[in-house]
Write a protein that binds this ligand. Sequence first.
Ligand SMILES: Cc1cc2nc3c(=O)[nH]c(=O)nc-3n(C[C@H](O)[C@H](O)[C@H](O)COP(=O)(O)O)c2cc1C
Length: 127
Amino acid sequence: MLADRGLAYLHLVEPRGDGTGTDIRTSVDQPTAAAQFRPYWPEKLITAGGFDQHSAEAVVATGDADAVAFGRSFLANPDLPARFAAGAALNPYDRSTSTRAATSATPTIPRSATPTGSHNNFLRGLP
Ligand SMILES: Cc1cc2nc3c(=O)[nH]c(=O)nc-3n(C[C@H](O)[C@H](O)[C@H](O)COP(=O)(O)O)c2cc1C
C-alpha cells in the first residue's frame, strides 16, 4: 500500500502535456491524477502540470492536492507567487529561451507592470 511506504510526500505530474512543451494548458477538463491518487495517499500530495492560478486553487480547494508546483509559468515569471497575489498578467512561456536549444544565454523576462512587492525587488537584481 502506497501510504505504508513512509514517504514524506507524493509529487505527481499530471498527464496533460501535448508533447511539444508549447501549450501549457491542454486537456485541463480531464480528471486529475491527484483526484485518482488521493484515496490511496492521505498525506501531503503535490501535483503539477498544466495548472494556472484558477485551476491550482480549485484542485487544492477540493482537497485532491495540498499544493501545486509550477514549471513553465515559473520559468516565464520568476515572481510568479507575487503575480498571483497581485492578479498581475503573466508572461507567456517561451520554450526557445528555456531549454538547451535556447539561442540566448540570458533570456529577457518582462517585468510585471503591476507592483509585485519583494519579488519584484528580487528581479531588479537579475542581470
Ligand atoms: C524546460 C523543461 C524541461 C523539462 N524536462 C522534463 C524531463 O526531462 N522529465 C520530466 O519528467 N519532466 C520534465 N519537465 C516537466 C516538469 O518537471 C514539470 O512536471 C512540469 O513543467 C510542470 O508543469 P507546468 O510546466 O505545466 O507547470 C520539464 C519542464 C520544462 C519546462
